[in-house]
Design a protein around this ligand. Structure first.
Ligand code: DAH
Length: 378
């Protein structure tokens, strides 16, 4: 018995009279669905051979007939369209014939070889990646203080990544955050151009557009920069951002909040130190250092130098500052009048936090996907 003889009306190729795209499309769909239902009726090697011959045989196979009746018979102006259709059809039919081969042959082998006395296949349960774990635990510290978690897109516009954060077009501060732009956007205005976000800070703006003050949010996420990979850099990495806006928020609130968070995360004996810095979207800006929780701030481990703090006893952990009034100007209409509200923000590298917390000395290990390394967090 051949595969197609199981059907009461077997598919046959008709000559086409209408070569409009709609008619060609309809004819192609009929053909593919006939082939597909014949493929599912294939049960054994003999069916398979009949099925393959019926559709692919050089001399009278259905594809050959389609070539003769649809393509060669097409009027000149429809040749191109018909050619494209017929080529698509060939690919699809070849796929269906190949697929039928698998389903026809495999069950017979499988049935013969299943040994029900063997133990089952054990699928190991995965574990949370150490970077995501560190990030989640850091967010949890802030959530316990009443912060909510916000997220935003990894493919971002120039407006949110730079302009609304007070990096004007062509400002040199943009050089510190070189990244990949999506290709083919030459005709778009600068602010609409899409890029891989270089930090999680654009989610500050997106959240302030969505929610009126007061707000307290933490923002975990993936970011990209033009940084060649080494033991402490990667072109893809993770950040955690924070933002608090209300009336009368001061630099004292910033210091108190971050000091409390660092003690909660790294241990209560950790000390904090704030040093002046610059970010376009905060004024004043600072870098937060924590005392090295590995050497206890001495810079030494026994007689050896302490590597994580480079023998200084201090580790830089994040950038922070009071939200620049220029940033509030971009979201003023949603209740963020810089004369009425103030706020602080901070951003840290989640990968760096994970390196420190788990005592890993090469960032690349996190991204190589070596199960022997990652299983240590299982
Ligand atoms: N976005 C900065 C960066 O990636 C980090 C940062 C610094 C974020 C200060 C902040 C901040 O919110 O206030 O380098």
């Amino acid at each position: 018995m051949t595969a197609h003889s199981k059907f009461t009306v077997a598919y046959t190729v008709h000559k086409l009279t209408d070569y409009s795209p709609a008619a060609l499309g309809k004819a192609a769909i009929e053909c593919v669905s006939a082939c597909s239902s014949e493929a599912s009726a294939v049960r054994n090697e003999a069916d398979l051979k009949a099925f393959r011959d019926r559709w692919l045989a050089r001399k009278h196979g259905i594809l050959t007939q389609i070539n003769d009746l649809w393509l060669k018979g097409a009027p000149k102006e429809s040749k191109r369209e018909a050619g494209i259709r017929v080529n698509e059809l060939k690919v699809r039919i070849q796929e269906l014939v190949d697929g039928a081969h698998v389903s026809a042959v495999q069950p017979e082998i499988a049935v013969d070889r299943v040994d029900l006395s063997l133990p089952g296949i054990h699928r190991p349960i995965g574990a949370e990646h150490p970077v995501l774990r560190a990030s989640r635990e850091m967010c949890a510290v802030f959530q316990r203080m009443g912060y909510s978690v916000a997220e935003g897109p990894v493919v971002e516009t120039d407006y949110y990544n730079f302009e609304a954060l007070n990096f004007p077009p062509n400002h040199p501060a943009r050089d510190t955050q070189d990244t990949l732009f999506i290709a083919g956007q030459e005709s778009k205005p600068q602010r609409e151009k899409l890029l891989l976000r270089t930090h999680t800070s654009p989610v500050q703006i997106r959240t302030m557009e969505r929610l009126r003050p007061p707000i307290r949010i933490v923002i975990p996420g993936v970011v990209h920069r033009n940084d060649p990979p080494d033991a402490s850099h990667s072109p893809m990495f993770h950040q955690i951002e924070g933002l608090a806006v209300d009336t009368n928020i001061t630099f004292g609130d910033l210091k108190g909040t971050l000091d409390y968070a660092m003690k909660d995360f790294f241990g209560s004996s950790v000390k904090t130190s704030f040093r002046p810095s610059f970010f376009p979207f905060t004024e004043p800006s600072a870098e937060l250092y924590i005392s090295c929780f590995i050497c206890g701030g001495t810079g030494k481990r026994g007689s050896d130098p302490c590597r994580p703090c480079k023998q200084t006893g201090w580790i830089e952990i994040l950038g922070c500052g009071m939200v620049d009034p220029n940033v509030f100007e971009f979201v003023k209409d949603n209740g963020y009048d810089p004369k009425k509200v103030s706020g602080f923000a901070w951003g840290m590298g989640a990968d760096r936090v994970a390196l420190l917390k788990y005592g890993v000395d090469d960032l690349q290990l996190f991204f190589h996907g070596d199960v022997r390394f990652l299983a240590q967090w299982a």
